[in-house]
Design a protein. Structure first.
Lengths: 261, 149
């Protein structure tokens, strides 16, 4: 009898897991609606991603049309964390140099996504970088308290990065940084999206095809992989019951919910 | 009856002429795509991009074209704006120059090709028509864009 109960329990668990793996795959437009009323902040990589998204809009003007992407090439995580616009590299929005917080205050987004750290570079100053992350989370919370903040993992680099930037074992350090970034986000009530995994090859480096400079910047293929990682994250949230898409306009269904993580 | 038909035809011709004039919507876009030698490689940016990236609101122009290259490291851009009036033209020139300076700051020690292209560019104006052409394969592009047709 005891064995029978174990068998039944195992069968039920197996069925549940199987049902999860066959959860309804959502349409791309539904997945990307997760990023409606959001703003993405970043550096040259986000500039490249913005250009890639603009390219996709040539075919479909509605593609991520409700998502703002605000990049500044060369900006560091440190510079972005400051509360005053000073120094050489600043965000530029609506014709003005503004802080990330000033821009967020103007836009009042529901979600804020941040990908910064290449220009510091964060992996050789992990502890300092994480204090800047905490500064950003705290100040964003003060500026736009209703917005959800999410850090994207740092993107991987190729083997060439070490010799180009005169550092050693940078990708290994970057993996450590991303692990700590995840912990920092979760302990501060923020989200973290691991996009690095989607960009790596079997050698743990950025796939060369995904890089246009073969060092650290993404090609169109790399940006496509980044976009896919953002969609996969939403599908995962949906599969886990942590997000439901908003009902199409004109229907009477309940609005999108985001439950506890 | 003949007079009425003639009047109607003249009216139709006038309407066609107005529609085909340079003042029609997207006229500057068509002009930019016709003049730029690398138009097939350029991405059309939106009115929202004009506001967010450059800081020029639609109330200041009657027509525009904002085109960028796919590779941000090269810095290829083409912006042409027909301002609504002289005051608007001053603002457009100011915003384009400010935007150009911002791009130079960000590319100076980062993207050499883009920085050089920006250094060699300038904001040009002819009455209400303003042009910023960066990194064009044709050095005549800015002047060609400024020529009225």
């Amino acid at each position: 009898m005891k064995h029978l109960k174990q068998v039944v329990a195992f069968f039920l668990l197996f069925s549940f897991l199987i049902s999860l793996s066959y959860a309804e795959p959502l349409d791309d437009s539904v997945l990307l609606s997760y990023y409606d009323d959001s703003v993405f902040f970043g550096d040259s990589r986000m500039e490249s991603f913005n250009r890639y998204v603009s390219g996709l809009r040539q075919e479909d003007a509605s593609f991520m049309a409700k998502t703002k992407i605000v990049p500044t090439g060369s900006i560091s995580l440190y510079a972005a964390s400051r509360t005053y616009p000073s120094g050489e590299f600043l965000f530029y929005y609506h014709g003005r140099q503004l802080t990330m917080y000033g821009i967020a205050d103007r836009i009042q987004p529901k979600k804020i996504f941040i990908m910064l750290g290449l220009n510091d570079p964060v992996a050789i100053k992990i502890e300092k970088a994480l204090t800047w992350v905490e500064d950003i989370l705290r100040k964003m919370g003060e500026t736009v308290p209703d917005a959800e903040v999410c850090f994207l993992s740092e993107t991987p680099v190729t083997e060439n990065f070490d010799s180009e930037k005169k550092v050693e074992g940078y990708q290994t350090l970057l993996d450590q940084y991303n692990d700590r970034l995840k912990e920092t986000c979760e302990s501060n009530g923020a989200r973290y999206i691991n996009i690095a995994a989607a960009l790596k090859g079997e050698d743990n480096f950025l796939k060369l095809d995904y890089s246009n400079d073969k060092v650290c910047h993404l090609s169109d293929e790399g940006n496509a992989a980044l976009l896919q990682a953002l969609k996969d994250y939403v599908q995962e949230q949906y599969d886990l019951g942590l997000w439901t898409p908003a009902a199409p306009e004109g229907t009477e269904s309940a609005p999108a919910e985001e439950t506890a993580r | 009856m003949a007079k009425r038909i003639l009047a109607l035809m003249m009216l139709l011709c006038l309407a066609a002429a107005v529609c085909c004039a340079d003042g029609s919507p997207d006229a500057l876009l068509e002009k930019a795509l016709r003049i730029s030698q690398d138009s097939s490689e350029l991405i059309k940016m939106t009115e929202d991009d004009m506001i967010d990236i450059i800081g020029i609101e639609p109330e200041y122009f009657t027509d525009y074209a904002y085109l960028t290259g796919k590779d941000t490291s090269v810095g290829r851009e083409l912006i042409i704006v027909r301002a609504t009036d002289e005051n608007a033209a001053r603002l457009v020139v100011d915003r384009l120059e400010s935007y150009r300076e911002q791009r130079m700051r960000c590319t100076r020690n980062y993207y050499a090709l883009a920085y050089r292209a920006l250094s060699e560019s300038e904001v040009l104006q002819d009455s209400l028509l303003i042009v910023l052409s960066v990194g064009s394969p044709d050095p005549r592009e800015p002047q060609l864009l400024l020529q009225e047709e």
